[in-house]
Design a protein around this ligand. Structure first.
Ligand code: NAP
Length: 287
């Protein structure tokens, strides 16, 4: 049986979806939370990888609080830059493949067509900058088998996210104002997990963009979630300037998925189809 270690696999939005998908695919999964291993202790990480006989190490741990990162740049850098570097070194020593996740926030959002893996990053936030630094630290290691997956706008089961939050708010409010001038690629975590496995199956290495197909503004995503879930709440489009946030976000960060499709032969399904599945089926969690 193939074995994998998933950092963030116990509590993370993506980590839990990955743990479930891999368990269902017959992998022996070691899904870790904070209390299970000191992930900044490199010898401990290496020993754990050896003990479990893992072939793949997934890193879904990150400093993901985009606005708070502006006030805590050192902590954001510790998780988004130093941790991937340490994990890359540990993966090399233990002889395992590292799969690491990054973000659409590495781009400045000034493009008018989907971002390809060849486009130049130009992050505008502490979160985006530290995530890009993490990518670069890993690339500089020149690890065999390294897979870096940039994804965006995650929604899915097991942890609060934009879609679940909107539905919660829509329970008690007649109207919600949602930003309509930021456009991106919504990503359903079970699809992201399954498509990550498809990349691994093909022995893919390097940087990939991975999301569901299509694009949406936050307002469109919220409106569809409310409509599909049959909540009686009006979604009112507003401009970003009416909802000031500490961190600067890319106004446009749709990801071009063609490299993923070229390697796997898979076109990820449209986000609306995935959203319907999420809201109708309520995909389970491991714990
Ligand atoms: N969410 C999005 O919309 C989005 C968009 C683009 C890219 N991404 C990328 O996708 C990946 C997964 O994101 P996600 O949304 O699944 O993240 P998440 O739900 O915020 O989970 C992050 C995980 O990291 C763990 N973690 C955070 N700080 C830690 C620390 N100091 N020590 C140990 N563990 C710590 C968390 O543990 P606790 O639960 O104990 O806090 C949690 O398991 C990340 O690389 C992220 O940058 C996410």
């Amino acid at each position: 049986m193939k074995s994998a270690v998933i950092l963030g696999g116990k509590t993370g939005l993506l980590g839990q979806a990955l743990s479930l998908a891999m368990t269902r695919n017959g992998w022996n999964v070691h899904a870790l939370g904070r209390e299970d291993l000191d992930i900044f202790d490199r010898p401990a990480v290496e020993a754990f990888l050896r003990r479990t006989g893992a072939e793949v190490l997934f890193n879904t741990v990150a400093y993901t609080k985009v606005d708070q990162a502006e006030d805590e740049p050192a902590e954001a850098a510790r998780l988004n830059r130093q941790l991937p570097l340490l994990l890359g070194q540990a993966a090399r020593t233990a002889g395992v493949t590292l799969v690491h996740y990054s973000t659409d926030f590495v781009f400045n959002g000034k493009k008018a067509a989907p971002y390809t893996t060849e486009d130049q990053p130009d992050p505008r936030s502490v979160y985006g900058r530290t995530k890009l630094q993490g990518e670069r630290e890993l690339q500089a290691l020149d690890l065999p088998g390294l897979l870096i997956i940039r994804t965006s706008w995650l929604f899915g089961p097991c942890r609060t996210n934009f879609v679940t939050r909107i539905l919660e708010l829509a329970e008690n409010r007649p109207e919600l104002s949602v930003v309509d001038d930021q456009v991106g690629s919504p990503s359903y975590t079970p699809d992201l997990a399954a498509n990550t496995l498809a990349l691994l199956d093909k022995g893919a290495t390097g940087i990939f963009h991975l999301a569901n197909s299509g694009q949406a503004s936050w307002c469109e995503l919220a409106a569809e979630a409310v409509r599909v879930a049959d909540r009686h709440c009006r979604i009112k489009p507003i401009h970003s300037c009416e909802y000031p946030q500490k961190a600067c976000r890319p106004p446009y960060s749709v990801l071009d998925l063609s490299r993923f499709t070229a390697v796997t032969g898979i076109t990820p399904r449209p986000w609306l189809q995935a959203l319907r599945e999420f809201l109708f089926s309520r995909e389970d969690c491991l714990s």
